[in-house]
Write a protein that binds this ligand. Structure first.
Ligand SMILES: Cc1cc2nc3c(=O)[nH]c(=O)nc-3n(C[C@H](O)[C@H](O)[C@H](O)COP(=O)(O)OP(=O)(O)OC[C@H]3O[C@@H](n4cnc5c(N)ncnc54)[C@H](O)[C@@H]3O)c2cc1C
Length: 401
């Protein structure tokens, strides 16, 4: 592939940058900075910004026109997400997996009713889904999930529990993986149901991670949703989410954010003085920053390559999975280096005026591990790359099918 952006793609990048310059207001940045996790989440400014993006039609940027989309390319979508990421406008609020994972899965497998009911509202930015996959006793072994949905007349009745449910406290719906046939083989009795968070019988309990990131445990007690909220066909959910998980990993390779973090580290190294010189003038610091910069460039090219394959109609499982592993581990490398060179000062939080780089490295150090297991742990990702990408033998996990 040609790794240079075309003139049209560069023009699009400038359009996105202009939008960000006009609409990322000091109030929005203040809301982001005062959030304990330093990410823009569900405050009034963040949600207002999401609506503005919705009004541009950009949520449906890469969707076909028949589904209310703009029919533009996946590469343009990649550029949009990268620029939002660079501006530290968290995809969780603005351009989240509702747009990049849920909507494409509905387009591909949903019934006509699913499409009519959910796609236009997603395009307008009105539906925000949390991904309800993980369960307390399942973890990586997702297929052992026990939350069940049983048909009662024209409604599904849901009972069970989901854990590590990241956006439940700010989402309008759950994209919920449920067992619909307990007798079937593990992967064959699973379905996806869209569950409005307003349905009665859902309890949300916050779980705060080391990075101050809020995730949640959810309890479902006799939660009733209309029959038509089942996505696609019953008991086909596993087949649907295999592709959706690949898209999620692609979405998790947040390369704009990585570039921003490295730029912040470089800026902080310029600002920290040792005697007459800046920290960045130390040869070993300058050299390591240059190496990390090259690594970030590779991560961005990886992302672009994945987008170009998606644009060609392929879901490039191995490429997206590898780019998630690469970028999540690079994030840790950047954080580790920041903590090393700032020494004990690196541990000062963003609340401390003396913190180098306004505490960006301390925040990053605590948040980086999450990307290594979010969307599937990197150990398991390597397993998938080995098996799907290089045809290496499977063992253990899949023998239990
Ligand atoms: C902060 C946070 C946010 C999250 N957000 C969401 C969310 O929004 N929605 C959602 O559904 N889930 C979410 N998750 C769940 C996340 O995807 C899981 O943590 C992940 O899938 C791993 O499950 P587990 O933590 O139970 O680890 P386990 O499955 O118990 O794994 C423990 C360790 O064993 C290793 N391991 C397990 N199986 C294998 C194997 N076959 N081969 C090699 N090594 C193996 C793992 O790599 C890991 O190191 C979140 C988790 C956290 C902590």
């Amino acid at each position: 592939m040609d790794f240079e952006l075309t003139d049209a793609q560069l023009k699009w990048r400038d359009e996105v940058r202009a939008f960000i310059r006009h609409n990322v207001t000091p109030e929005l940045l203040h809301e982001r900075d005062k959030s304990p996790e330093g990410m823009l989440r569900y405050g009034p400014e963040g949600l207002g910004f999401r609506k503005k993006v919705g009004r541009t039609g950009w949520h449906g940027l890469a969707w076909p026109k028949e589904y209310g989309g703009m029919g533009r390319g996946v590469i343009e979508q990649y550029i949009l997400v990268r620029e939002l990421d660079y501006a530290k406008i968290s995809p969780h609020t603005v351009y989240d997996m509702t747009v990049t994972v849920v909507a494409p899965t509905i387009m591909r497998y949903g019934t006509e009713q699913n499409k009519q009911e959910f796609l236009p509202a997603i395009a307008r930015g009105e539906i925000r889904t949390a991904l309800g996959y993980s369960e307390p006793d399942a973890g990586t072994d997702l297929a052992s999930l026990r939350t069940r949905a049983e048909l009662d007349g024209d409604e599904w009745v849901i009972n069970g529990s989901k854990i590590w449910n990241s956006s439940a406290h700010g989402s309008t719906h759950q994209w919920l993986l449920v067992r619909t046939d307990p007798q079937a083989r593990r992967h064959e009795g699973i379905s996806i149901v869209m569950v409005p968070m307003t349905a009665r019988g859902i309890e949300v309990r916050p779980l705060i991670a080391w990075s101050d990131y809020q995730t949640n445990q959810l309890f479902f007690t006799d939660v009733r949703v209309p029959r038509g909220h089942l996505i696609g066909e019953v008991n086909k959910g596993w087949q649907y989410i295999v592709g959706a998980l690949d898209l999620e990993r692609g979405g998790l390779a947040e390369t704009g954010d990585l570039k921003r973090e490295l730029d912040e580290l470089i800026e902080a190294c310029r600002a920290v003085r040792i005697g007459d010189a800046s920290l960045i003038d130390q040869p070993h610091v300058g050299r390591r920053l240059a190496e990390l910069d090259a690594d970030v460039e590779v991560a961005q090219l990886y992302g672009l390559y994945g987008a170009s394959l998606l644009e060609g109609g392929e879901v490039p499982s191995t490429t997206l999975t590898a780019s998630k592993v690469y970028s999540s581990e690079l994030r840790t490398k950047i954080a580790d280096f920041g903590m090393q060179i700032f020494g004990i000062h690196g541990q000062l939080s963003w609340r401390d005026p003396d913190a180098p780089g306004r505490g960006a490295m301390e925040r990053l150090y605590r948040s980086a591990p999450m990307n290594r297991f979010g969307g599937g742990t990197n150990e398991v990702m390597r397993d998938i790359i080995a098996q799907r990408g290089y045809g290496m033998p499977t063992y253990g996990r899949s023998k239990r099918n």
